[in-house]
Write a protein that binds this ligand. Structure first.
Ligand code: SF4
Length: 218
C-alpha cells in the first residue's frame, strides 16, 4: 500500500475557494456578494451545511477493506486558480500503481436542478489530478439527509464546464460592480434574499429605475 501523498502547500493564497464555483452557478450576484463584498447571512441551510462539513472533517481517517480515507484534505489547482478542502477522499487500492483517489462531497439537500454540485466535485478531481499526477475518473456526492450516495463521472463535458466556470469566476471577481439581481424561484432558498431584494426588479417602473441606479457606479 502506498503512503498517503504529501500535499503541497497552496501557495495561491489569494485563490478563491472551490465553493465559489458552486455559488456562481447558483447565482452570479450571490457569488459576488459573498466573495467580493463579504456579505454572509446564515440561515438554517447554511448552518446545517457548515455543521455537516465539520462533522465529516472531524471523523478520524480509517482504512476500510484496503481503502484509505482522508478527510479535510487541502486542495489546490494552479490551472483553475482555486483552493479548497475536500470532505473525503477515498484512496482505492490499485495493484498496478498508485492508489486511485475518489473524492466524495457531502451535501445536505437533495440533488439540485442545477449541476453546480457536480462542477464543485469535478474541480476537486482536477485539483487531485494536478497535485498527485494521476487520473481521477469519478467521485460521488453524499446527500446527508437521504443518505443517498450518487456517483459522478468526470466526463469531458463536465470538465469543460468546470474550466469554463472557473474562467467566469475569475472574470467576475475582477469586476467592481455587483451583477444586478435576477428574480428566480430559487431566490426563495437563497440566504441573501432579504439583503438582495430581487423582487425590486419586478416592482413598478419608479422602483426599477431607482434599483438600477444602485448598481451603476458613478
Ligand atoms: S436572492 Fe436571488 S438574485 Fe439575490 S443573490 Fe440570492 S439567488 Fe441571487
Amino acid at each position: 500500500m502506498n503512503p498517503l501523498p504529501v500535499v503541497p502547500t497552496a501557495d495561491g493564497g489569494d485563490y478563491p475557494p472551490l465553493s465559489a464555483l458552486n455559488d456562481l452557478l447558483f447565482c452570479a450576484r450571490r457569488c459576488f456578494l459573498h466573495r467580493v463584498e463579504s456579505v454572509w447571512v446564515e440561515n438554517v441551510h447554511t448552518t446545517s451545511g457548515t455543521l455537516d462539513h465539520h462533522r465529516v472533517h472531524a471523523t478520524r481517517d480509517v482504512d476500510v477493506s484496503g481503502t484509505r480515507l482522508a478527510r479535510a484534505l487541502p486542495l489546490v489547482s494552479h490551472k483553475l486558480r482555486i483552493v479548497g478542502v475536500s470532505d473525503l477522499v477515498e484512496f482505492r487500492p490499485n495493484p498496478n500503481g498508485p492508489d486511485f483517489p475518489f473524492p466524495v462531497e457531502y451535501k445536505r439537500g437533495k440533488r439540485r436542478k442545477w449541476d453546480n454540485d457536480d462542477v464543485q466535485l469535478c474541480a476537486q478531481a482536477i485539483c487531485l489530478e494536478e497535485m498527485l499526477g494521476v487520473v481521477v475518473p469519478a467521485g460521488a456526492i453524499f446527500h446527508v439527509k437521504s443518505k443517498h450516495r450518487r456517483d459522478v463521472i468526470f466526463t469531458a463535458a463536465l470538465r469543460k464546464k468546470t474550466e469554463d466556470t472557473a474562467t467566469r469566476l475569475h472574470a467576475l471577481l475582477a469586476t467592481r460592480t455587483a451583477p444586478p439581481p435576477v428574480l428566480h424561484p430559487k431566490c426563495k432558498q437563497c440566504s441573501l434574499y432579504r439583503v438582495c431584494m430581487p423582487e425590486l426588479l419586478a416592482a413598478p417602473a419608479a422602483y426599477r429605475k431607482a434599483a438600477a441606479k444602485l448598481f451603476k457606479p458613478e
